[in-house]
Design a protein around this ligand. Sequence first.
Ligand code: ZN
Length: 238
Amino acid sequence: MDGDGRWNLLLDGLAGSPAEGWLRIDQSGPTGYAAARGASFRPAEAPGSSSDVALGAWLRRGAGSAEDQGMGRVAQAGLLALYGAWLLFGYRWHFVDGANLLFHEAGHVGFALFGPTLHMLGGTLGQLFFPIAAGLHFARRERFQDAAVCVVWLGESLMNVAVYAADAQAQALPLVGGEIHDWHWLLSRWGLLAHCASVARAIHVLGSLAVVAGVGAAVAMAWPRSAAQPEQATGAGL
Ligand SMILES: [Zn+2]
C-alpha cells in the first residue's frame, strides 16, 4: 500500500484480482463511489494534495453514465422487441426451450411428493416458476428492464407448454424423462382431452399477452424522455 496520504479503495468485483483492485482516488469524493459500488474503503494517512480527478472521472464512467445506461436499455428493448415479434408470429422450439426443459424436469421432481396430479402438472409449473422467480428477483432489486425480459421468457415458456398441450391427443411429440405424456394424462383426468386444441390455444394466448406486456414494458422504460423541465415560478407565491 502506498503511503502518500490518499485513500485506498478496494473495489470489490471491479478488478480482476485484489491486487488490481487497489485504486487511489481523491479524498474529496470517494464516499459516493463506495456507495455506488458497494466497495470497502479504508483511509490511509492524511489526505494528499495531488489530483486524481481523471481517475475519479473514470470511476464515475465505470459506474455507468446515465447516457450509457440509456443506450443499453434501448438496445436491450430493441432486441427484446425483435425476439417478441418472432415469438408472436413464428414461435418454434429453440434454445430457450432447452432451458425450459431442464426446469420442466426439475418441476416434476419438486412436485412429486404432492400427489399424482401435481406430479404431472409439476413439469409445467416448474418451467413457469423459474421465469417468475427470476422476474421477482430482478424487480425486488429495481432492475425492471431485466424483469421485463423474464416476463417475455414466461410468455415464451407458456407458448412451449401450449405446443405440449396441443399434442395431448395425438401424442406425436418425443417425450423426455418418462413414458407418460403430461398433458394427455392431465386432460384425460380433467375430461378435456377432446378439447386439447382449445386448451392449447388459451395457453398460447396467455403466453402472447405476457410477451406483449414484457416487450411493451421494456420499450416504455427505454423510451427516451425529454429532460425534466424545472418548474417555473408563477410569481403568485403558490
Ligand atoms: Zn413433463
